[in-house]
Design a protein. Structure first.
Length: 367
């Protein structure tokens, strides 16, 4: 507890008078030169609440005391009241430059000294308490932030696990290896990163790119509601069968609606819009809502190209796989529907990345 006042003055009369003024409220310790004062400070650092300091003293004067106090960090913890017969303004200014709290000229008024000491002690006690509270609250906030970050990582992992599980359900019914979902996620990431870099006006962040990539895994979740005789039909679908197949976008939204609250709302939102709108086309000729242009959510536009590209280069029950160059030209020429010019530009810029990924996938498919 800080309840001691240290008086450093070489004049015994001054020490006795100041002691008499203060001893009714504080424990007083004294030193008759600066060096002894520093020694007392070192021994009572956590107990001293204020230092009353004379300037002109033998062995070590008041300015040397202030230098040492500043160097050791005492001036940040303990207020200093200089009591001196020096009247020059530059002397007073020099004291304040060192960081003293107050300056009283000799001869001094007893009541004034007591009030100044009280004020300084109260002010520093309040400041130190405030600093401790701020430090404590800062540590609490830091701990809470770290806990939130850990929870966010757990939640992110859970979101990804949910999307992967849902995607695996669809892939198992579709008689595909599950690699389709992985490839669509990879193509989605490439396009989204390119769009973020090329078109900042879309406002995509790294976090959103990651969420869109993850949510793309459930773009075809609605196919679990499509009968096998239509989903796995090797030949051309009839108009009625194709209408049923197209309903997988809305069926998927129904599925996602039933798991609301299980995963993060942002993942659910992106998954929902991707699931519903990944078959929309830029000219309004897609389904289910015939959205046109920028009315189509950007995440759905990205996944749309990624999904079509993978469908073209992959072997399906109803078609053989197209080479990368053929698939690339078909998409750019609008043979699979009209896509956003911005997305197509990103597709063009990322052409080599797509080609490299196709090569890697084919190498691993033979291993």
């Amino acid at each position: 507890m800080r309840d001691k006042v240290l008086i450093i003055d070489d004049v015994a009369f001054n020490r006795e008078m100041l002691t008499e003024i203060l001893e009714g409220e504080y424990a007083v310790i004294t030193a008759d030169d600066g060096q002894k004062g520093i020694d007392l400070l070192a021994g009572h650092e956590r107990e001293i609440c204020v230092v009353l300091l004379d300037l002109i003293m033998p062995v070590m004067d008041g300015f040397e005391v202030m230098q040492i106090m500043e160097r050791r960090g005492y001036l940040k913890q303990i207020p200093v009241l200089v009591i001196s017969g020096e009247t020059a303004v530059d002397i007073e200014r020099r004291c304040f430059d060192y960081g003293v709290t107050d300056f009283i000229k000799k001869p001094f008024d007893n009541e004034l000294v007591l009030r100044r000491v009280r004020n300084m002690v109260d002010l520093f006690a309040y400041r130190n308490n405030l600093e401790e509270r701020v430090a404590s609250q800062t540590m609490t906030l830091k701990n809470q932030y770290e806990m939130i970050c850990r929870q966010a990582k757990v939640l992110e992992k859970r979101n990804e696990q949910i999307t992967d599980i849902l995607a695996e359900v669809v892939e198992s019914r579709n008689l595909e290896s599950g690699e389709h979902v992985k490839r669509v996620k990879a193509y989605t990431r490439i396009l989204a990163q390119e769009l973020k870099k090329r078109y900042p006006e879309y406002g995509l962040t790294d976090e959103e790119v990651h969420i869109i990539e993850s949510a793309s895994a459930v773009h075809d979740i609605g196919k679990i509601a499509i009968p096998d005789n239509i989903l796995l039909k090797p030949g051309r679908l009839t108009d009625e069968e194709f209408a049923c197949m197209k309903s997988h976008t809305l069926r998927g939204c129904e599925v996602l609606g039933h798991i609301e609250g299980v995963w993060d709302e942002r993942y659910r939102k992106y998954a929902y819009t991707i699931c519903r709108h990944h078959h929309e086309r830029f000219d309004g000729r897609g389904y289910p809502d015939q959205l046109e242009g920028d009315a189509i959510p950007i995440e759905a536009q990205i996944v749309s190209v990624a999904d079509v590209y993978d469908a073209l280069i992959s072997e399906r029950v109803y078609k053989a796989a197209f080479p990368h160059t053929v698939a690339y030209v078909m998409i750019q020429n609008g043979e699979c529907g009209q896509f956003s010019p911005d997305i197509l530009e990103c597709f063009e810029l990322a052409n080599e990345d797509f080609f490299d990924m196709v090569d890697v996938n084919r190498i691993f498919s033979f291993m």
